[in-house]
Design a protein around this ligand. Sequence first.
Ligand code: GKR
Ligand code: MG
Length: 418
Amino acid sequence: MLIKEIRVTPVAFRDPPLLNAAGVHEPWALRTIVEVVTDEGLTGLGETYGDLGHLEKVRATARELLGLDVHSTNEIYARVSASVGEAVTDLHGLTGVATREKSVDRVFSPFEVACLDIRGKAIGRPVSDLLGGSIRSAVPYSAYLFYKWAGHPGEPADRFGAALDPAGLVEQARLLIGEYGFQSIKLKGGVFPPEQEIEATLALRDAFPNHPLRLDPNAMWSPETSIEVGRALSGVLEYLEDPTGDIGPMAEVAAEVPMPLATNMCVVTFEHLPPAIRLGAIGVLLCDHHYWGGLVRSTQLARLCETFGIELSMHSNSHLGISLAAMTHLASTIPNLAHSCDTHTPWQDGQDVVAPGALRFVDGAVPVPTGPGLGIELDRDALAVMHEQYLKCGVTARDDTSYMRRFDPSFSAARPRW
Ligand code: GKR
Ligand code: MG
């Protein structure tokens, strides 16, 4: 099965004003949809970031993959590696340092997922079977809470409303849990001083005594502040995510707080594992196939983590259904996935390039699609609409900080803030 054609389509979809350490989400979020077509007429789907620097690398690489066999993912990886060039840095800075190795893995990922989709379709088996088979029939996700404005400035309030204090977050949690049935909660912090985020976390604990909770300030705190917050939330959090930046400071904090530390910022590529393991910096790794080099490499990562006693959870950015399907297949096969995965799906509020029906949430979990490949279908009309939105929206790279500065010119995303 040889690759005959690759279509790379950037898309944009509406995103609410979610606050984070970098600033605030812009009205449009970007993704790139990859379609790989074989000489036998099978099409596989992949989804990746939409930032222009990354999109250009994906486009340039696509040309280098024509004629390769969809089973030859080692050869595909080598071609990606040869074509990627220098690392590109994200403007939002929320997913750790950019390295060349990480850039290769990020560009390779959507092609690998699309090839697995094709291979599954060719033999009539789901992608999870190609990864060794599901060990859970549904994958639990967490309610991903954000401080947020009621609406984008100059626009009416969106249906989620404002959440700028503990009561607002508890209400947001009730809405998301009511609609999706989530059984655990993640709060995106790093927005307000730590005392306020501790208060919000305790309010969530009171309102949802049986939901495991985690807090993620995206490295906005010094090691000293992180230790204070960790101690204040003893017995409250299943894990504390990226309280501070870099492996050394994380290890310092890990030694002093009662809960495990998790990361999607200081361990983001294989070369970070040896120092993190040596120093005992993390107890939980948030894997994300979009930058860990696709699905097979993510299962290898999971195995490595198991060897060193590190549990897994899963990271997400704003994404569409191709990503959700791939995340679900992958997560269904990982034994040491000990926590609910992150997803931004509720914030997309039904916008998708995937035809309805294949993906749904039942009690906060997505049943693993059982159809061939990823088990989803591309909605071509939706893809065309979202591509048109991309061409018109004027956003070419996620930049939460510049958007925030339009409303608060003094805003700084420098870390640590507290
Ligand atoms: O969407 O604002 C966001 C998140 O902050 C996201 O960009 C992060 O990468 O969810 C992520 C995280 O866990 O750090
Ligand atoms: Mg995080």
